[in-house]
Design a protein around this ligand. Structure first.
Ligand code: GCU
Length: 383
């Protein structure tokens, strides 16, 4: 068969349209188990690290298209102005501007350890909920980390109005608030990587709950981030859509209560979770081979610790395949929904392990449940 110029043009147009839009749920086949992350959409399976690079790109595209919406592009014009540098308090602040006409702005706040650095950093986006308590700040900086914080709501509000500055700046992109918050993490990383007292190879990010969902997406989509720590991130975070308990949130509740957090069409997967072409183990796996720690609480039924047990084991197959099984870790503590001192200690110990080779004494591959895993596939033999 020969193709004429106009036919080729039509084919290209059809192909590009089919890659932009998510397939409607009723046209998707059902898969009750966790989808195999190593299986390309065309049915072939990953067998080399190069294959994984291609599959990772395919997964990222699917995940953004179906779940979070397309993130705005990296603006390429991030600038920062020092608002304060206080050597006595070890406290610096920067105003970041970027995007069309430099109209997007946010404040990045740094608390620094003693000394000259370069220091590893822990970047947290939840300043909208206040800073971490003073005694924790002392532990973080005392262990040689910069605590960098910003308010993710400067990118998009928690609730309500669609007309945020970020949406107005990128009207051609359809993204939810979680993607906007993740984009805010990336802009902070743009600035952190320009500071001479920052160790650019040791940037960790964290967030709690909705902030944990944003931190996970930010880490999944930016290879400059060396360690990603979603805490109590639940639905749209490290939780598993296909494994839900009676009290867990799931797609129906999150898309009803927070209709602007995820991609507008995602709600069609409520009750149709088995038709999603991925699950959240795939989002975790996008971080590989970079380090990832999930911190969750056993009584946090709404965020569904049974779900994160499944996604951890699913994503771990990808880390095994890439030869770094210990770069993914899971920490459960007793108690409820919070990012408390126990969670922070797990984070700092794991950061010390990943960044300074100091083995963590925490139980990072726990088996609190005897749940059966919802998948049978394993990592392929790496060629
Ligand atoms: C709500 C929401 C959760 C979210 C939580 C939070 O409960 O349903 O998905 O994680 O708020 O951010 O505290």
């Amino acid at each position: 068969m020969t193709f004429t110029g106009p036919t080729i043009l039509i084919l290209i147009l059809l192909l590009s349209v089919s890659t932009i839009h998510a397939e409607p749920v009723d046209q998707r086949t059902s898969n009750a188990g966790l989808p195999d992350p190593f299986m390309f959409s065309d049915g072939t399976r990953v067998s080399s690290k190069n294959d994984w690079t291609r599959r990772r790109a395919e997964l990222q595209d699917l995940i953004l298209r179906y779940e979070y919406g397309q993130m705005p592009p990296a603006p390429g014009n991030t600038q920062s102005v020092e608002l304060q540098r206080n050597a006595r308090d070890h406290h610096n602040q920067y105003k970041i501007t970027c995007g069309p006409d430099q109209k997007i702005s946010l404040v990045l706040d740094l608390l620094l350890p003693e000394g000259k650095g370069p220091f590893p950093v822990i970047l947290r986006g939840d300043l909208c909920w206040g800073s971490v308590p003073d005694d924790l700040i002392k532990q973080i900086t005392g262990r040689g980390y910069i605590l960098a914080q910003f308010n993710r709501l400067e990118m998009a509000p928690d609730l309500g109005s669609e007309t945020t500055l970020l949406r107005a700046a990128y009207p051609e992109k359809q993204f939810g608030a979680i993607a906007a918050w993740a984009w805010g993490f990336h802009r902070c990383v743009d600035v952190l990587t320009t500071l001479d007292f920052v160790d650019k190879t040791k940037i960790a990010i964290t967030g709690h709950s909705r902030g944990g969902k944003a931190a996970l997406l930010a880490g999944a989509t930016d290879e400059r981030i060396a360690l990603t720590v979603p805490n109590g991130s639940g639905t749209g975070g490290a939780d598993c859509y296909r494994v839900q308990g009676r009290q867990s949130e799931g797609i129906a509740r999150i898309t009803k209560n927070f209709p602007l957090w995820l991609a507008p069409d995602f709600k069609q997967f409520a009750g149709n979770e088995d038709r999603l072409p991925f699950d959240q183990h795939d989002v975790l796996a996008l971080c590989a081979p970079r380090a990832l720690l999930m911190t969750d609480a056993l009584d946090d039924q709404y965020a569904n610790p049974h779900g994160s047990f499944q996604t951890f084991h699913g994503a771990r197959e990808v880390y095994k395949f890439l030869g770094v099984p210990d770069k993914i870790a899971l920490h459960y503590r007793d108690g409820k929904h919070a990012q408390n001192e126990v969670d922070w200690k797990a984070l700092l110990d794991y950061a010390d392990q990943v960044f300074a080779g100091k083995p963590s004494q925490q139980n990072l591959n726990p088996k609190p449940f005897d749940d059966q895993l919802l998948f049978k596939w394993t990592a392929p033999e790496s060629k």
